[in-house]
Design a protein around this ligand. Structure first.
Ligand SMILES: Cc1cc2nc3c(=O)[nH]c(=O)nc-3n(C[C@H](O)[C@H](O)[C@H](O)COP(=O)(O)O)c2cc1C
Length: 155
């Protein structure tokens, strides 16, 4: 898995009681353009999984390099609402938390859930999208470390 270089996202939700939950995730993949659908894989043992299943909503916030600290925060020991104490947060159609500084955010309604081993595969139909107007550097994760994208020179 360490060889699967990946984009870094924050998957966020507001539970049925409105309490915010979120995690750092790289297991995010596009599925279909019509209807616009993506999937993500979330550990069934962690609190955000239950909150997404119960509320039926989640947002995928794609991080840029300047949000590396948020990536660490949402994978670390701080739990629940406290993870949202840094960053500017709003919401779109579903009410799931949306990070203002994200490169793009996909605001999703949970349409299907498959349980596979330790994880749940969450399918989300995208209800609205927000993306930054300017080109910004994506945050990547490979070989157990965060990094930035370096284009190769034309050969
Ligand atoms: C770079 C990175 C990528 C991760 N990707 C995923 C992922 O795709 N799915 C997942 O369930 N957990 C993933 N994790 C782990 C979760 O972020 C972590 O288990 C979660 O935030 C812990 O939540 P808890 O403190 O509520 O248990 C990843 C962690 C890191 C550092």
């Amino acid at each position: 898995m360490r060889h699967l270089a990946a984009h870094v996202c924050l998957i966020t939700t507001a539970g049925p009681d409105g309490a915010r939950q979120g995690l750092t995730a790289t297991a995010v993949c596009s599925v279909s353009a019509d209807p616009p659908t993506l999937l993500c894989c979330v550990n069934r043992q962690i609190a955000p999984f239950a909150a997404i299943r119960e509320s039926g909503r989640f947002a995928v916030n794609v991080l840029g390099v300047e949000d590396r600290e948020l990536a660490e925060r949402f994978a670390g020991t701080i739990q629940g609402e406290a993870r949202f104490n840094t960053g500017v947060w709003t919401s779109l159609a579903t009410g799931a938390p949306v990070l203002e500084s994200a490169l793009a955010t996909f605001d999703c309604r949970l349409t299907r859930l498959e349980e596979v081993a330790t994880h749940g595969i969450l399918f989300g139909e995208i209800q609205s999208v927000r993306s930054r107007a300017s080109i910004a550097e994506p945050l990547l994760y490979a070989h157990g470390a965060f990094g930035a994208f370096t284009p190769l020179l034309q050969s």
